[in-house]
Write a protein that binds this ligand. Structure first.
Ligand code: 6R9
Length: 645
């Protein structure tokens, strides 16, 4: 039985929402979503107010999701212009560079100018409303400027994580048909350079439609230049004015596409739209992080992931917050860096991933305790289940027992946080994401889709829509319907397993599909498999996750070589390098096992359940193996298993 951490009185007193408030507001929100969201939809500025609130059908037949659909607004206007009267000279973004000697403050006034100039430069180079613009940038303020500049003129951004390979970048550029790319000469992380421009050049060899590449000078490193295609960011911004009207956008006009892994090889372009997304991102940011004016808020994610979109840029800026953006990594120059940044910038709210906590935990308490951290009052966690041991260390060592931890469960698809404690309202249980946010109706179902009541365990679905929900898979609405609404008709299926305890608390148990979570990053096993089989010496590959102390899950690959090839250590290394090159470092297999054959059913389906068990070193009970075409294969795999932890 795990213990419960009650809400401290001082936290409840100053919080936006206390326990009674949560109960009342939650009940309202699910009893009458129309009037609840009609009221909260007003938290953003509308050029033309909406009269329609919710227009949703989860099928059967058409799947359609619209919120506030007759209203018009602009996300950049809400994140910047709206604050200028009162906050022109207040800090919008604190940027902390990779090197501890590098930082700057960007006020809302400066943010306005930067975004307007970039928006004008993009327009001058042909970008129009509805165009897709790919952003492949390091964690520098220009990444936020570029997102907001797109939003300002109605272009749809697609941010591609700077750690992705040229191939992965190219696939994402082609899928959404973008013709305009913004990148930097090089990125800088932990003192190491990331060749973003060179990667872009490589990617564009297979993207003939890209006409323009705007390049931010970050390191000044040398780059090759395609005349007529490549433009320097600073030169283009010098040519235009710092006044650019914000385009009047319909609530349901697309805001961004963000690619995420699914159970097939091809990443999906998750599409988010304008009005509902911003209402939801800003509202969750305010209540989940209990954000109050003047506080310094820091989310350590990269803008290449949804967390960076909703909780570094859009949510905080819509609320007029001060948001910190960090270019570097947690252990550079040393393991105190995060806490030194907290002290340097007087961070009040700190939001990170369990994998970072586990890595820092390994370095012991001293790198933490030598810093003050007295500005911190709230901690957050996101990306994967947080194991109670890491939770307790975060709570006791980092937060000195005085800062509540909000363990926030959500997905790229959900746009914002769905299951989470509210700091002033929810007693905490280490490892549980606790309770649903306003308007969110979680249901747990069995394999046949029956609702399971009370304390139970099964698959997590959401019964009704919320404004931040994704609207479609870009260019493939059928895939959207298939992926999320066909397994359990009438409900949104999350792909996660979940337990609900006797107090109604939710405990996410991890993915139930062929997606693994490596250091909080989603990886489709099929993506890694297709990278492996693209190697000339690989005949077949199967990839599964296994428990990994630091990463949460590690990548375990079973590889069958083509006839005539002999396995050896060098080839193992070559395959790891190969996958890094094909997808990016986050996809590197941790363990590769040579498999003379893979366990298959007589119809040729790989029996992943068995492969998972062997990878988990739990081979004594492999379950039913009677449908195997060749049971002998399994004995070999068990005998030569790689994870003997
Ligand atoms: C925001 C984000 C989504 C998947 C999700 C789940 C896992 C995220 C979690 C969590 C347990 C939490 N996940 N937060 N599991 N507790 N607090 O991470 O989006 O990259 O799309 O990943 O991550 O499995 O389905 P995304």
């Amino acid at each position: 039985m795990s213990s419960t951490y009650p809400v401290p009185d001082n936290v409840a007193e100053q919080a936006w929402i206390d326990a009674a408030g949560y109960q009342k507001m939650y009940e309202q929100s699910v009893a009458d979503p129309e009037s609840f969201w009609a009221e909260h939809g007003k938290r953003i500025h509308w050029f033309k107010p909406f009269s329609q609130v919710k227009d949703v059908s989860y099928g059967p037949g058409e799947v359609k999701i619209r919120w506030f659909h007759d209203g018009t607004t602009n996300v950049a206007h809400n994140c910047i212009d709206r604050h200028l009267d009162t906050k022109k000279n207040d800090t919008a973004i604190i940027w902390e560079g990779d090197s501890p000697s590098d930082h700057k403050h960007i006020t809302y006034g400066e943010l306005y100018e930067e975004v307007c100039r970039l928006a004008n430069a993009m327009k001058a180079n042909g970008v129009k409303k509805g165009d897709r613009v790919t952003l492949y940038l390091p964690m520098i303020p220009e990444a936020a400027y570029a997102m907001l500049a797109c939003a300002r003129i109605g272009a749809i951004h697609s941010v591609v994580f700077g750690g992705f390979s040229p191939d992965a970048l190219a696939g994402r550029i082609r899928d959404c048909g973008s013709t305009f790319v913004v990148t930097a000469d090089e990125g800088l992380r932990g003192g190491r350079k990331v060749p973003l421009k060179a990667n872009t050049d490589k990617a564009l060899e297979s993207c003939p439609d890209v006409k323009t590449v705007l390049v931010v000078r970050r390191t000044g490193g040398s780059v090759t230049w395609a005349e007529g295609r490549d433009l320097w960011y600073h030169e283009e911004l010098g040519k235009v004015s710092d006044d650019c009207p914000a385009e009047e956008m319909n609530a349901e006009d697309p805001l961004f596409i963000l690619y995420t892994s699914g159970s097939t090889g091809q990443p999906k372009g998750v599409l988010h739209t304008t009005g509902g997304y911003l209402v939801y991102a800003s509202m969750t940011h305010q209540y989940v992080f209990d954000y109050h004016d003047g506080e310094v808020y820091w989310c350590t994610a990269d803008v290449g992931w949804v967390t960076g979109h909703s909780y570094i840029v859009y949510g905080p800026l819509a609320n007029g917050a001060t948001t910190l953006m960090f270019e570097g990594v947690p252990n550079y120059p040393d393991a105190s860096r995060m806490w030194e940044i907290c002290d340097k910038h007087k961070v009040n709210i700190f939001y990170t991933a369990p994998t970072a906590i586990r890595a820092l935990m390994r370095e012991g308490e001293q790198p933490v305790t030598k810093t003050r951290r007295d500005s911190l009052r709230l901690l957050g966690s996101v990306g994967e289940p947080i194991n109670p041991e890491a939770w307790l260390w975060y709570y006791n060592v980092v937060g000195e027992g005085r800062c509540p931890i909000v363990d926030t469960w959500w997905q790229t698809e959900t746009g914002g946080i769905l299951i989470t404690p509210l700091p002033g309202a929810t007693p905490l249980k280490p490892g549980s994401a606790t309770r649903p946010f306003f308007g969110v109706k979680p249901v747990i179902v069995d394999a046949e889709g029956h609702h399971l009541e009370g304390a139970t365990e099964g698959n997590l679905c959401i019964a009704d829509s919320w404004p931040g929900q994704m609207r479609t898979v870009y260019g493939d609405h059928e895939r959207f319907v298939q992926t999320y609404f066909s397994t359990y008709p009438g409900k949104y299926f999350t792909g996660d397993g979940c337990r609900r305890d006797q107090d109604g608390y939710y405990w996410i148990t991890g993915r139930v599909d062929d997606v693994i979570n490596v250091s909080g990053h989603r990886m489709g096993t099929a993506e890694v498999e297709s990278a492996l089989v693209a190697h000339a010496k690989v005949a077949e590959a199967a990839v599964v996750g296994y428990p990994h102390d630091l990463k949460g899950q590690g990548i375990y690959a079973y590889v069958t070589l083509v006839a005539g090839e002999e396995p050896h250590e060098e080839l193992r290394k070559e395959l790891v390098t190969w996958v890094r090159r094909e997808i990016g470092p986050i996809a590197s297999p941790d363990l590769i096992q040579w498999a003379p054959g893979l366990p298959k059913t007589r119809s040729g389906k790989i029996m992943r359940r068995i492969l998972r068990k062997i990878a988990e070193n739990d081979y004594s009970n492999l379950g039913d193996t009677s449908t195997l075409a060749d049971p002998g294969v399994v004995d070999d795999l068990v005998a030569n298993r790689m994870n003997r932890a």
